[in-house]
Design a protein around this ligand. Structure first.
Ligand SMILES: NC(=O)c1ccc[n+]([C@@H]2O[C@H](COP(=O)([O-])OP(=O)(O)OC[C@H]3O[C@@H](n4cnc5c(N)ncnc54)[C@H](O)[C@@H]3O)[C@@H](O)[C@H]2O)c1
Length: 342
């Protein structure tokens, strides 16, 4: 089986590529990625010598580049490529519309023309919006996105639905909760807090810090995606969650405790506009139909992730170098002013 994995140089895509090559000898993979600030081939440097793996630099919103990649006659496309950071979507929504909606449509259209057998879209629980204290999102929950990021992912999901209903394409959507683990770009909550804590810098926590997220280790997510790829039903949506809900402040406190640092490093900052209060996923369908369940407890996975960032400072310095460093500083050192200016 030959796969085109788009966005494979990012956090989850690179973990998926490594998982699939390790667990399935008969799979060949083409990683198609335009290498934005979040894409980093260093994430896959250990696979350079594996003849089953190759890389093509390209943009999913360019029909020419996508069609050229599909000349390799792939059996399935798995789309991880996206703009993924909610804060960036608040500052610049158009980049999110371009990649997450237009790019998804270009990829779908090229896959339809080439008669690709299966198309999998990696989506997010954020498309469902926010929950109160109780209840969980099921695959039937209405789409109610609150950030430009979530809205652009919902738009991509609806395009998949239309290609299934209109053209009969074999498409599947997965909607996962928050991922964590090695190689996550240090703008997301867990790596940002680990790195700030290691340097004794303030840990910026939005609002009262009581926003609740369901956390899944990236390897558990990737095992679920491999099941969906090989055994999932056409036209189906699968929620992927691990039932490990934590308020953001509790996550930050666990990081500080693991590193032996003071809770006084926590700095509450003005809340993010449109900040969803709680996400929780009902993953009964994938658990029962595809016999999947998460293996990594949040406590153990978080401790291992902290250790990985401590051991991989070179990787951190590389991804934070150059132009991104000034963007990063602008976002996080002047974030209150930036948000007030919206
Ligand atoms: N990280 C999470 O917690 C989470 C949770 C649920 C769903 N998701 C979804 O999973 C997918 C992967 O997320 P991630 O955290 O690995 O993201 P990431 O930001 O780490 O990586 C995104 C990758 O996509 C590439 N990319 C961006 N625009 C592109 C384009 N136009 N053409 C080709 N490549 C492009 C980037 O270079 C990068 O390698 C996304 O679709 C995201 O919406 C993420």
């Amino acid at each position: 089986m030959k796969l085109l994995v788009t966005g494979g140089a990012g956090f989850i895509g690179s973990s998926f590529i490594r998982h699939l090559l390790e667990s399935h000898q008969d799979i060949e993979l083409v990683n198609f990625d335009c290498l934005t600030y979040a894409g980093n081939l260093e994430n896959l440097s250990d696979l350079c010598t594996d003849s089953r793996y190759s890389f093509v630099k390209g943009d999913i919103s360019s029909l020419i580049e996508v069609e050229e990649a599909l000349n390799q006659e792939v059996d399935a496309v798995i789309n991880f490529a996206a703009e993924t950071h909610v804060d960036r979507s608040i500052l610049n929504p158009s980049a999110f519309v371009r990649t997450n909606i237009q790019g998804t449509q270009v990829l779908l259209e090229a896959s339809r023309r080439r008669k690709v057998s299966r198309f999998i879209q990696i989506s997010t629980d954020e498309v469902y919006g926010s929950l109160k204290e109780s209840g969980r999102f099921t695959e039937q929950s209405p789409l109610s996105p609150n950030s430009p990021y979530a809205a652009s992912k919902a738009g991509g999901d609806l395009l998949l639905r239309s290609y299934h209903k209109t053209y009969g394409m074999d498409v599947i959507i997965t909607r996962s909760c928050n991922n964590y683990g090695p190689y996550q770009f240090p703008e997301k909550l867990i790596p940002l807090m680990i790195l700030n804590a290691l340097e004794d810098k303030p840990l910026p926590v939005y609002g009262d810090g009581l926003h609740v997220r369901d956390w899944i280790h990236v390897t558990d997510h990737c095992r679920a995606l491999a099941k969906v790829l090989l055994e999932g039903r056409p036209g189906q949506i699968y929620n992927i969650g691990s039932n490990q809900e934590e308020p953001n402040l509790e996550v930050v406190h666990q990081i500080l405790d693991d590193l032996g640092k003071s809770h006084e490093l926590v700095q509450f900052v003005e809340d993010r506009p449109g900040h969803d209060r709680r996400y929780a996923i009902d993953a009964t369908l994938i658990r029962t139909e595809l016999d999947w369940s998460p293996q990594v407890s949040f406590k153990q996975g978080l401790a291992e992730t902290i250790h990985w960032y401590q051991e991989n400072f070179d990787w951190v310095n590389n991804v934070l170098s150059g132009t991104y460093r000034s963007y990063y500083q602008q976002m996080y050192e002047n974030r209150d002013e930036t948000l007030k200016g919206l």
